[in-house]
Design a binder for this molecule. Sequence first.
Ligand code: R5P
Length: 282
Amino acid sequence: MIIPASTAQSVATRLAHHLNEELAVPEITRFADGEFKLQLPSTDDRAVIVCSTTTADAHIELLQLQEVASREADEVLTILPYMGYARQDRAFRDGEPVTARAVAQAISTTTDRVFTVSPHEPAITELFDVPCAIVDGAPRLAEGLPEGLTDPLFLAPDEGATELAGAVRDAYGSGETDYFEKHRDRKTGTVSIEPHDTDVADRDVILTDDIIATGSTMATAIEQLNGQAARSIYAGCIHPVLADSAQATLGGAGVTKLFGTDTIERSVSTVSVAPAIATELR
Ligand code: R5P
């Protein structure tokens, strides 16, 4: 049985369809003090809980779903299309918690296995106390692109996203790849990128990143590409966090099309990672 948390209803529904498994409809209400009151249909088979832990509430909802399922099902699998707090994977300063470890350990308590889609740092899997596997969401991004792009250039906004750009290019079937040199001021968060020497004039450029959070990285890259007369600029990401005014920032920078996957449910989540998750679970 596929069990969706409220943050992952689209991807869970598609996953149930791909695996031809029953989709549970949890009943979620609240007690007078605001705490979640949750009820699940019973399952004695394999329970596949799908939850993007985008908020503190989502973490609690996941623990609740796991607790019920672990008392009833033979096996509990936990799918984290997006794992929140994953970027707090070390104590950057004295006195800071490694929050990724804290949540990974809590999630491990009542599950047999964990799967997470394209985490920023693959080493995050080592923080769980149960086996954790990575589902590669990158090739799915090619689905968000039209056929027949003109001389496509798959461009990573920083060196760390180069492999991702290559995976999207391979799934698309043609095109060149390259990356920008990016610097982020640790104090102000301001992003700057080095001028790029690949000729982008009259080409369709596809910027790909794992996460778009504030949109600063993509907006800086888009502005530079527009200055170099790119024909069009597509900005695709696996996890469309899109905090605050990120969408407006990217619109203002002149993006042609912004798209992401359904690891986080946003208006731009036009591509699904469900087929990639289904392949891992079969
Ligand atoms: C950083 O290395 C990540 O891959 C993304 O580039 C970053 O998280 C994007 O953040 P923002 O949208 O705030 O610039």
